[in-house]
Each structure stands twice: as C-alpha cells, then as structure tokens.
Unconditional design. Structure first.
Length: 229
C-alpha cells in the first residue's frame, strides 16, 4: 500500500528533513509515527500525500508512483488518501453535514449519493445529532470527528493523520483512537498516525516507527514506546 525506497527530502533552505528512508506498509495496517520535534514526521506525511515531492528516492502510495506523478494528476491521486490535521481545518461557515458533503462535492459525486454517504459517515463518527451544527458550536473532540469523517467520506485506501489528538484531552484522544481503530477494522483503511502521545502509544500498541533527525531508528512491530526526549 505504501512503499518508500531511499527517500531523501532536502528543503530549498538546505534542511535535510529525511535521509534515505525505506519503508513498507501493507494494506490494512495501523502504524504510529513518533519522534522528537523536527525529526521529519510531517515531512514524511507530506511526501505521502503529494504535498511535497521527494528530492531523491521512490515513493509509491496506493499503486501510484508519486515520483512520476504530474502536478495535474495530484487531485486524482488525493482521492485515495484522506488527511487529518491537528487543528481540524473545518470550513467555519458550513455545517457538520456540509463539511463532510464538501469532500464529495469536489469530486463531483451525485447529490443523492452524497446525502446517503454523509449520513453513513456521520453515523460512523457518531455525530448524527450534530449534522446541522456549525464548527464553532461543537467541542474539539467533535470537530476532530468531523475532520475524520470528511477525510474518509471518499473511502480512501489510506488515512494519514498528523497529530490528530494533539489539541485534545486524554479522554477525547481515547475517543479518536477508538474511532480510527473502527475505521481501520470496518472500512479496511490503512492508517498512519503521527503522534506525540506516549500514553496512547503504550496503551493501544501498534507497529511504531521512530524517526530521529530524518532517519528511521526503530520500527517495532509489537508496538511499545521508545523514549526519544
Ligand atoms: N517548508 C519547509 N521549508 C524548510 N524547512 C522545513 C520545512 N518544513 C519543515 N522543515 C524543516 O525540516 C525538518 C523536519 O520538519 P518536520 O516538520 O517534518 O518535523 P516534525 O517531526 O513534524 O516536527 P514536529 O513534531 O515539531 O511537528 C525541521 O528541521 C524543519 O525545520
Ligand atoms: Mg510535524
């Protein structure tokens, strides 16, 4: 599902954010990416969703060779990859329902299908009763559930989350991880989650990749937290 070979990223500023990384992630896996600030986690995510291009090496996500992808094809590729950010990034003037629907409108789905799928997604993220609320009328945990709903509305093969619990308290973080686990199980979505949350990583053990200065320094199949502070 995800295949990186010898991927290096050097930003225009000269910063080497990733140094010859190789990584294989199978369909249906749920993987944590951890590491100190500046270790390259967000850079790795951006390379996987086509926001940044690798300077060197091969990147293949959901059957697409990103190193050969022309800019015009990026929107089509993005349909295969859902992305969730720490700060939710919802559209403030759209309701919960409309925020999720928007993800389907931009890929020109039919109205009747959109309504059906949005209802299905809102049920999955347990927000049916908030469909008509605006983002400023719901809690942080609920906002993140809307953002996750929006990211999976298109049924992407891969869901990438960059610190989805970063702005949430432990209880809300538990809700989010439970939701991601359900999506992983029920929709078969491959999930990559960047996190700083040691407790979460220890409690919900999964394959864990540790980045340090742009290198993968550990890849633990059994999960478990490696101190990097
Ligand atoms: N657009 C950019 N231009 C230049 N340098 C960048 C850019 N984005 C990130 N960097 C640098 O690349 C390195 C890796 O950054 P990255 O954002 O991937 O780290 P991170 O692991 O996500 O950190 P954090 O935990 O703070 O989010 C850092 O040294 C950072 O300053
Ligand atoms: Mg980051």
């Amino acid at each position: 599902m995800i295949k990186l070979e010898n991927v290096t990223k050097v930003y225009k500023t000269g910063t080497r954010a990733l140094n010859g990384i190789s990584l294989y992630i199978n369909q249906g896996e749920f993987v944590y990416i951890i590491g100190a600030t500046g270790s390259g986690k967000s850079t790795l995510i951006k390379i996987l969703n086509g926001e940044e291009a690798a300077s060197k090496g091969k990147v293949n996500v959901a059957g697409t060779d990103l190193t050969k992808l022309r800019t015009g094809r990026i929107p089509y590729f993005r349909r295969n990859v859902g992305v969730v950010y720490q700060d939710f990034c919802l559209l403030p003037k759209k309701t919960v329902f409309e925020n999720v629907a928007f993800a389907l409108e931009v890929v020109s789905e039919k109205t009747i299908y959109i309504r059906k799928r949005v209802r299905e997604v809102l049920k999955l993220v347990d927000l049916e009763e908030k469909a008509k609320s605006f983002p400023n009328e719901i809690s942080g945990g609920q906002k993140q559930r809307v953002a996750i709903g929006r990211a999976i509305a298109n049924k992407p093969k891969v869901l990438i989350a960059d610190e989805p619990t970063g702005n949430l308290d432990p209880e809300k973080s538990e809700e989010i991880i439970a939701l991601l686990e359900r999506i992983n199980r029920e929709e078969g979505t491959t999930i990559l989650m960047v996190t700083h949350d040691k407790e979460l990583v220890e409690k919900h053990k999964k394959r864990t990749i540790l980045l340090q200065d742009g290198y993968i320094v550990a890849d633990l199949m059994e999960g478990g937290y490696v101190s990097h502070d």
